[in-house]
Design a protein around this ligand. Structure first.
Ligand SMILES: [Mg+2]
Length: 375
């Protein structure tokens, strides 16, 4: 069996309410799927992260069709490790020169997920079985994407669905951050778990000031308080912070995670399988974290395909805390699949369907697809 076609679909959904982070905002949800089809007609699908900047999809479409496609065509899709290395080694030189190894790993993520999906379909088994089998029966979710404008109805609805952990976006100024923290803690009650995410907004001193002021809200962790590359800063912060430090959505590949762990930069690791190199690379990263006796909490702010793939890894791997799930409405999570992911009492339950177990709703794709002439 050989790979006969490689293509990318870009989806764009307008937002009635922009999603804000300390570094900028999304006015549309941008999302991309990589589809690999074999000569026997089996198609696998994966997600590659394109959330920022808003024109990122143009680079990704070119990298998938002009960079990855020639390396994958004609190859045996079951040789996942070989193909991962072929893609990475084949394009690393030009991407290093471009200064964007991370963009290469994001593109490879989409292809890697699609390869795992195909492998599961060929072998007629769910991907988590290929990753070592079921370690966890269900995956507890936490609600993210909250703030800086808080919507009490969204939080109420999360509580109603069984969520017991919530993460607030901070980095919007001392006053707003603290009033949001206070409000959110009141809305979710003392029994729920609370975290904050600064999206790389602070320096060490500001982070220490904020964390000591916010400690009273009983925080499980502080995510990305500093720019991801500031290893010296993270090392200092981890040594001094009374609250554990989390990060990893902007750390790419196991070599960079290894460096961060060797410098004692993190208490909780958060790789994103649609960014860091797919299931293949994220599995290695989580194992690396386990060797430091650190838990993982997989980052996810994408569509239903990326979320499903993330759940397969979380189902198979020990050492997970819980799964990030964007609490804001998103048709690319809720409607993209013909059969939505199973969720009850705050937890995801994976189906036993082969591969990633996702079937795309073509009507939703038609509605939001960016025409190929615009890529
Ligand atoms: Mg984050």
């Amino acid at each position: 069996m050989k790979i006969a076609e490689v293509k990318i679909t870009v989806l764009k959904v307008p937002l009635s309410e922009p999603i804000k982070a300390s570094f900028g905002q999304m006015t549309h949800r941008m999302s991309a799927l990589v589809h690999l089809t074999t000569d026997s007609g089996i198609t696998g699908v994966g997600e590659t992260w394109i959330n920022f900047p808003p024109w990122n999809y143009k680079e990704r479409a070119a990298t998938v069709t002009e960079g990855l496609r020639p390396l994958l065509l004609g190859e045996d899709p079951l040789r996942i490790s070989y193909l991962w290395n072929k893609m990475y080694r084949g394009l690393l030189g030009p991407f290093r020169q471009y200064g964007c190894e991370s963009a290469l790993l994001q593109a490879i993520s989409g292809a890697d997920l699609a390869l795992w999906d195909i492998a599961g379909k060929i072998l007629e088994t769910p991907v988590y079985q290929l990753l070592g089998g079921k370690f966890n029966e269900k995956i507890e979710a936490y609600a993210s994407g909250l703030g800086p404008k808080l919507f009490p109805d969204i939080i109420e609805s999360c509580l109603h669905k069984g969520y017991r952990a919530f993460k607030l976006k901070v980095g919007f100024g001392k006053e707003l951050d603290e009033s949001n923290l206070k409000t959110l803690r009141e809305l979710i009650g003392d029994d729920s778990t609370l975290m904050i995410d600064a999206n790389q907004a602070w320096d060490v001193q500001e982070a220490l000031d904020r964390i000591s002021a916010y400690e009273k809200y009983d925080l499980l962790f502080v995510e990305e308080p500093l720019p991801a590359r500031d290893l010296a800063g993270y090392r200092e912060l981890v040594g001094k912070s009374p609250v554990p430090i989390a990060g990893g959505e902007n750390i790419y590949g196991k070599e960079n995670f290894k460096q961060a762990l060797e410098h004692n930069c993190l208490d909780i690791v958060q790789p994103d399988i649609t960014k860091t190199g797919g299931l293949s690379e994220a599995r290695d990263i989580c194992s690396l974290a386990a060797s430091w006796r650190l838990p993982y909490a997989l980052h996810m702010f994408g569509n239903a395909v990326g979320l499903a793939a993330t759940l397969h890894l979380a189902t198979a791997l020990p050492g997970g805390l819980f799964q990030e799930t964007d609490a804001n409405p998103n048709p690319l999570r809720e409607e993209l699949l013909s059969e939505p992911l199973q969720f009850a009492d705050g937890c995801f339950h994976l189906s036993e369907k082969p591969g990633l177990g996702v079937e795309l709703n073509e009507d939703v794709i038609k509605e939001y697809e960016v025409p190929s002439s615009s890529l």
